[in-house]
Write a protein that binds this ligand. Sequence first.
Ligand SMILES: *[C@@H]1O[C@H](CO)[C@@H](O)[C@H](O)[C@H]1NC(C)=O
Ligand SMILES: *[C@@H]1O[C@H](CO)[C@@H](O)[C@H](O)[C@H]1NC(C)=O
Ligand SMILES: *[C@@H]1O[C@H](CO)[C@@H](O)[C@H](O)[C@H]1NC(C)=O
Ligand SMILES: *[C@@H]1O[C@H](CO)[C@@H](O)[C@H](O)[C@H]1NC(C)=O
Length: 371
Amino acid sequence: MRFFQPFLLFTLAIHASPVLVVETAVVTKIAIPTQKVIVQVKAPNHDAKPHPQAAPKKSTKAPKKPKEQKYFHEPGWDNESGHYDSRYFRGKVPYEQHRPALRHLVRSYLTTFKTLGAETWLAHGSLLGWWWNGRIMPWDYDLDVQVSVATLSFLGDRYNRSMHEYEYEVDGEENETFLFDATAETKLERIDLRNSNGSDHDNKEGVTTTKVKKTYLLDINPHYSALTKGNGANIIDARWIDMSNGMFIDITGLREREPERAPGIWSCKNNHRYLTSELWPLRRTEFEGVEAWIPYSFDKVLTDEYGAKSLVVEEWAGHRWIPELREWVKIPKKNPPSPSKEKEHPLADDTNTETVVVYEEVVVEDEKKGV
Ligand SMILES: *[C@@H]1O[C@H](CO)[C@@H](O)[C@H](O)[C@H]1NC(C)=O
Ligand SMILES: *[C@@H]1O[C@H](CO)[C@@H](O)[C@H](O)[C@H]1NC(C)=O
Ligand SMILES: *[C@@H]1O[C@H](CO)[C@@H](O)[C@H](O)[C@H]1NC(C)=O
Ligand SMILES: *[C@@H]1O[C@H](CO)[C@@H](O)[C@H](O)[C@H]1NC(C)=O
């Protein structure tokens, strides 16, 4: 199995602030992280001044609250269409392509947040995906990260609705052609680097390398500082949105919601709770080939949320874990494994494995595609 070595060039252009352009070149490789993590002493943000709570306002009249408006909108409610931002949605991204799209989404997010100096860590399904192999689980339609509410306040003040450019190269290992139908609003560039002899030493001859430039929007929900979930319309505090297709990362903010009665208990509006010591100091690791941070007690966080089984069960959502590949693969539909089949030796079933390798590598060798 061949892991691609994308060359990522992150360009960051902040809209609302005086020309601040940061360029960072990062060479990454999918070094599938093991459970080994580097403990990093990093001062948590939680001592930062919390966002000034609006002083309890004496409403002179109208005790009837206006209905809380939902800030983010999605084109639909089912598992799939609920995972696009309405403003940029132009059709569902098919199974084969949503994972590469999510991968660039999370890479751009993590890298940009690092540049901004904004603390963030993996949460929920993304954290579980990290636990297995440092990658997005192939059946996941979204990505989840957390920040502290202090960080949201910082981002809301300085980077709300900021757009961030991000460039990456596709060397044929991803078939994202559909993403490039340059529609009016998105400026996507395809540059054929077929004959360039750049840094891409890994390239086989004739491989087309395509440079893609995308723009991502960081959008902060004005309800981020609310103490309660209200009517539930605004439990997502911020989003990192791929403006070419509407896919996004949900960003939720944690805070001590009852600092007097329950100090040291952090929660999001959706009532996921964590102790200070379970979150901080964050651990530094890698996710999808870029630097990422995870809660200190990631195993406790995961078992609390998903149960101990989530860390051992090797079949899930129509996929099977292949230890030799360190990868989840889709179980072929036509030939479902018999339930009695021994799980410890999934490779014994060659049909299934083969399908996987194709799934992961299908485009790698297919170099004539492209421009
Ligand atoms: C949506 O999620 C539910 C529960 O996880 C699952 O049963 C259902 O098949 C999913 N639907 C689609 C279209 O993926
Ligand atoms: C790659 O993308 C092209 C254009 O959208 C499509 O025709 C082709 O079937 C795709 N190939 C694979 C393997 O997904
Ligand atoms: C790469 O290109 C440069 C100039 O474009 C040339 O001088 C160099 O010899 C090339 N290297 C290889 C290995 O082709
Ligand atoms: C972010 O900007 C939008 C558009 O101007 C605005 O509606 C929203 O309230 C802002 N969010 C914050 C946290 O200020």
